[in-house]
Design a protein around this ligand. Structure first.
Ligand SMILES: *Cc1c(COP(=O)(O)O)cnc(C)c1O
Length: 370
């Protein structure tokens, strides 16, 4: 029997990536000027149906720059789900604002809008809604709350590129949407990120902040203490090629979801968490939630799959439990339950249906031997 070696994820360079990178190299523009930056931003804006897209060095700097552009800083509070990748909260902490954690919903691992209002104080400045594992948050409720209380809404779309909420692409309902193009995301530029906005002033601020805070009309004149959060032309060359195949790439991810779902949906250990009816769904890393009586076996299952050569990931750990965030909050039953029962299974363009069926065979095999 051949040994399996199935990684959790892999970038999928199926088009003009090499060609465009070579063009960028040949042009000599390998830093943050060059034609691919403009082209990638324009193509991304078009894909998102938004007027403005501003490329960034990665998904985390995209969030930092977004917060700064909206004027969030020291003394402000930002509401963030406790169940997310640490980068969402790190961005808030590192601009000097305070993180206030929110629980997940009962029927979704995403932030529970009903729990948000009680967290709002006179210091609250923004909410970061994270669209985790390819599901969109209940953006309507969250947008309403933001409008009612005069708060900014940032959408962290790192795991939801291509998802639509009530017909709009995620990232365009908040004041700013942020994206990541890390190697395991729906499209990749190696490292890379993007901010999307409908507001031209916000667009201008994002561009100034990412470029050292420099006045676009006057070089070496700093309007504020900004950052170097720029993407390179080499990264943008890859991104441009990735976007040319975006529909093919996203479609394959959802075919993989269907294959997993067909294989697992009737199993007793499978807890089906459906995306909200208001949103489309793009499979990032297949999220497998174990039902109550099986959740305790999750670590053993992950170990068993690793021994078979199948890489998996734990759902994120709730951030409020980590000393890094020094949170005094503690009441997050839904986030804790999701974190305990959830794991991600391999998903990437080149993963075949046959491999998905083999993975599922091993998952079922583990539980039938329990
Ligand atoms: C990947 C990710 C980020 C960070 O993106 P980087 O490009 O790795 O900095 C932020 N938030 C979420 C939810 C992510 O999954």
């Amino acid at each position: 029997m051949t040994e399996l070696n199935i990684p959790i994820s892999m970038p999928s360079m199926i088009g003009n990536e090499k060609k465009y990178v070579n063009e960028a190299l040949a042009s000599g523009w390998i830093s943050s000027s060059g034609k691919f930056i403009k082209r990638f931003e324009e193509d991304f804006a078009k894909f998102s149906n938004a007027p403005f897209a501003v490329s960034m060095s990665n998904g985390t700097t995209a969030i930092v720059t977004a917060l700064k552009a909206l004027g969030v800083g020291r003394g402000d509070e930002v509401i963030v789900p406790t169940l997310t990748f640490g980068a969402t909260a790190n961005a808030v902490v590192n601009i000097g604002a305070a993180v206030v954690f929110a629980d997940s919903a009962t029927n979704s691992w995403n932030i529970d809008p009903e729990g948000i209002e009680k967290l709002i104080t006179s210091k609250t400045k923004a909410i970061i809604a994270v669209h985790l594992y390819g599901h969109a948050c209940n953006l309507m409720r969250i947008r309403e709350l933001c409008d009612k209380h005069g708060l900014y809404l940032i959408e962290d779309c790192a795991e939801a590129l291509g998802v639509e909420y009530r017909g709009s692409k995620v990232g365009t309902i908040g004041d700013i949407g942020t994206f990541s193009f890390f190697g395991n995301k729906n499209i990749s530029t190696g490292e890379g990120g993007m901010c999307v906005t409908l507001n031209s002033d916000t667009n201008a601020k994002l561009r100034i902040l990412r470029d050292h805070g420099m006045d676009p009309q006057k070089r070496y004149w700093h309007l504020e203490a900004g950052y170097n959060h720029r993407m390179t032309n080499l990264q943008a060359a890859i991104g441009t090629a990735q976007l040319e195949n975006i529909e093919t790439l996203l479609q394959r991810r959802n075919e993989i979801y269907q294959c997993y779902h067909n294989e697992l949906a009737n199993e007793k250990f499978f807890l089906d968490i459906a995306p909200s009816k208001s949103c489309s769904f793009i499979n990032w890393l297949f999220p497998l939630c174990l039902s109550d009586s099986y959740a305790d076996s999750k670590n053993l299952l992950m170990k068993y799959l690793a021994e078979k050569g199948i890489d998996t990931r734990n759902f994120f750990f709730p951030l409020h439990e980590m000393s890094a965030y020094a949170s005094s909050q503690s009441d997050f039953p839904n986030a804790i339950a999701f974190s305990k029962r959830g794991l991600n299974l391999p998903t990437y363009y080149h993963l075949s249906d046959q491999s998905v069926r083999i993975i599922c065979k091993h998952v079922r095999g583990f539980f039938s031997s329990q």
